[in-house]
Design a protein around this ligand. Structure first.
Ligand SMILES: *Cc1c(COP(=O)(O)O)cnc(C)c1O
Length: 416
């Protein structure tokens, strides 16, 4: 047994991630899993190729379904989320779309948070065209989820901290409800990342992470990951095809998603992106801690500033779910929104910022700011925006890891 394999030495979140590739004994003693670009694979005995295709032997057959570099990244995220298996996709949206596509059928009912990443909201509306009913409810209280239950409800979907108004879902109580009702519980952990919160602790069936955001962390690669926590009893589910009801029942859901979602839909993560994301993930805890600490100081500054009408940040005592965020998350995260005072032009404000960048991404090392109503939530229209509490002067900030004094000075200047 090598030193890294011995028990108890490398149990920390960061240590485990840094040394995980090496435990698989990659060629030449390299410390990173290499970028494998081969699409196809061969075996000395052609019977082995057939055995791999039939799932009787582990191995690779075609790059759309599996790749060693991507698998190494899947293993890292499984470790971070303390799940049993992860499946990588080209983007976070591909992870969400492929999961829903693989697990739901016409006549099923989904309960989703009404406060959703804009493209997820758009995607769920598209599923309605295929006979899947969707109810959008305020998931900050489990009572709203209970009220929306129907006999055909199969799945509940929520984010941890919603974007842009930062509502924190009633994650524990919804998890309890899903457990009692045998509902598939999908938690999008993108805003918190496994460093701040592990949805497995609230009984999630699946955890979604857009790797594009905090896990990759540098705005240089797209990717998505679905982690199976192993908590769901698939033998009770009517949504698993007969074909996949074999082998370890804990993996039936993941198997169906890998076949019907990843293989048939084909939104596969490329090995180069997987490499960028894996390297980025190594500093996740340091980046998130620093960004969260910066966000709190910036939020306090903005809350005290007369040109800011309101600040939305779960780390502020004025936030409606402050206590919940404090209880569930290691830190309150680094996403905040500010409503500028009437008379302040949001575009003028953005143009005056010199170190903060006007841009749509989030979870980058750099602080990014975007006028929500005019960009990412433009397509949904004024009425739906109003129902989500999104005004025309709302700016979403993804706070980065810059030196806090530079951020405070930039805001002070742009607001004056
Ligand atoms: C960005 C984001 C997604 C989608 O991820 P992509 O990698 O951009 O496809 C999903 N959910 C949340 C909460 C996000 O912020």
């Amino acid at each position: 047994m090598s030193k890294s394999d011995s028990q108890g030495l490398h149990n920390g979140f960061t240590t485990a991630n840094l040394h995980n590739d090496r435990r698989d004994k990659p060629e030449h003693g390299v410390l990173h899993k290499p970028i494998h670009t081969s699409v196809a694979y061969t075996y000395d005995d052609a019977r082995d190729l057939a055995a791999v295709f039939q799932g009787k032997m582990p191995g690779y057959n075609y790059g759309r379904q599996q790749n060693p570099t991507v698998n190494a990244l899947q293993n890292r995220i499984t470790l971070m989320e303390q799940g049993i298996a992860s499946t990588a996709f080209a983007t976070g949206m591909a992870a969400i779309g492929s999961t829903m596509f693989a697990l739901l059928k016409s006549g099923d009912h989904v309960i989703s948070s009404a406060f959703l990443f804009g493209n997820t909201n758009s995607l769920f509306n598209t599923f309605r065209n295929f006979g899947v009913e969707v109810s959008f409810v305020d998931t900050t209280s489990v009572e709203n989820v209970k009220a929306a239950l129907q006999p055909n409800t199969r799945l509940v979907f929520t984010e941890t901290i919603a974007n842009p108004v930062t509502q924190v879902a009633d994650l524990e109580a919804i998890g309890e409800l899903c457990k009692n009702r045998q509902l598939i519980y999908v938690v999008d952990n993108t805003m918190t990342s496994p460093w701040l919160f592990k949805p497995k602790t609230v009984n999630a069936t699946f955890v979604v992470n857009s790797l594009t955001k905090y896990i990759g962390g540098h705005g240089n690669a797209l990717g998505g990951m679905l982690t199976d926590t192993g908590l769901y009893d698939w033998t009770q589910s009517s949504n698993i095809l007969e074909l996949y009801r074999k082998g370890d029942p804990a993996l039936w859901g993941t198997t169906q998603i890998r076949k019907k979602g990843l293989r048939d839909f084909g939104a596969t993560l490329g090995p180069e992106a997987a490499h960028h994301l894996a390297v980025g993930s190594e500093t996740l805890p340091m980046r998130m801690d620093r960004a969260s600490d910066n966000a709190l100081l910036l939020a306090e500054f903005c809350e005290a500033h007369p040109k800011v009408k309101r600040v939305y940040f779960p780390g502020l005592k004025s936030h409606p779910q402050y206590e919940r965020a404090k209880k569930l998350f290691n830190k309150p995260g680094a996403i905040m929104s500010i409503d500028l005072a009437d008379g302040v032009d949001c575009f003028d404000f953005l143009n005056k910022l010199t170190c903060v960048v006007a841009s749509s991404n989030l979870g980058d090392t750099r602080t990014l700011a975007i006028p929500v109503a005019h960009t990412i939530f433009f397509e949904m229209g004024a009425e739906r925006r109003a129902s989500m509490g999104i005004g025309d002067n709302l700016i979403r900030l993804s706070v980065g890891i810059e030196d806090i004094n530079d951020l405070l000075a930039d805001f002070e200047n742009a607001l004056s």
